[in-house]
Design a protein around this ligand. Structure first.
Ligand code: HEC
Length: 152
């Protein structure tokens, strides 16, 4: 019993201490000259879907949920945001070259079709990101049209 109490005590101490590990949650400012929805004049409906389903990890407009402030969950959230952004960041779309844009549109269609994006774990806490079949198709068709007409 004594040992169990000691272990619990130290777990609590460590939990309390890790809350002090700093995490940078500041978003970079949006440059409208390279921001996807601005340069593509994305229709509001599509832009809304992107915002509610993809932006938290693929833009500089991340809105961090409350649980993202509690370590170690916050570390996992931040790592998904960093990883997501480093691969695809709609806020800096205009800086991508032709190949990268084509690749991303293709991969995004694939991800929507196979339901690998938005990340399944994320949908559990973000009901608005749980896209319907129709919404997935709408988003996918928008990307496909862009790819076909080379208007990326
Ligand atoms: C909770 C965070 C999160 C959300 C929300 C999210 N993604 Fe992702 N996305 C990631 C992460 C992390 C990766 C990289 C790891 C992987 O591929 O699983 C990724 C990878 C991708 C890739 C592959 C990029 C490459 O390198 O080929 C595409 C495309 C993509 N996401 C599109 C989307 C789209 C479209 C949405 C919205 C419908 C979305 N994602 C929503 C986190 C997210």
């Amino acid at each position: 019993m004594k040992t169990a109490k000691k272990i619990l005590f130290w777990i609590l101490v460590v939990f309390a201490l890790i809350q002090f590990v700093p995490i940078d949650r500041t978003n970079q400012p949006i440059d409208h000259k390279v921001n996807f929805v601005d340069i593509k004049k994305t229709p509001p409906k599509i832009a809304g879907l992107l915002k509610s389903a993809c932006y938290d990890c693929h833009s500089n407009e991340t809105v961090y949920p409350k649980y993202a402030y509690i370590a170690p969950i916050s570390w996992s959230v931040k790592s998904h945001v960093n990883d997501g952004r480093s691969r695809l960041n709609f806020s800096i779309w205009g800086t991508y070259n032709k190949e990268l844009k084509e690749n991303m549109l293709d991969n995004a269609m694939e991800a929507l079709h196979h339901k690998t994006m938005p990340m399944p774990g994320y949908i559990v806490y973000h009901k608005e990101a749980n896209l319907s079949e129709a919404e997935r198709t709408l988003l996918s068709q928008y990307f496909e049209q862009m790819l076909k007409t080379k208007t990326y």
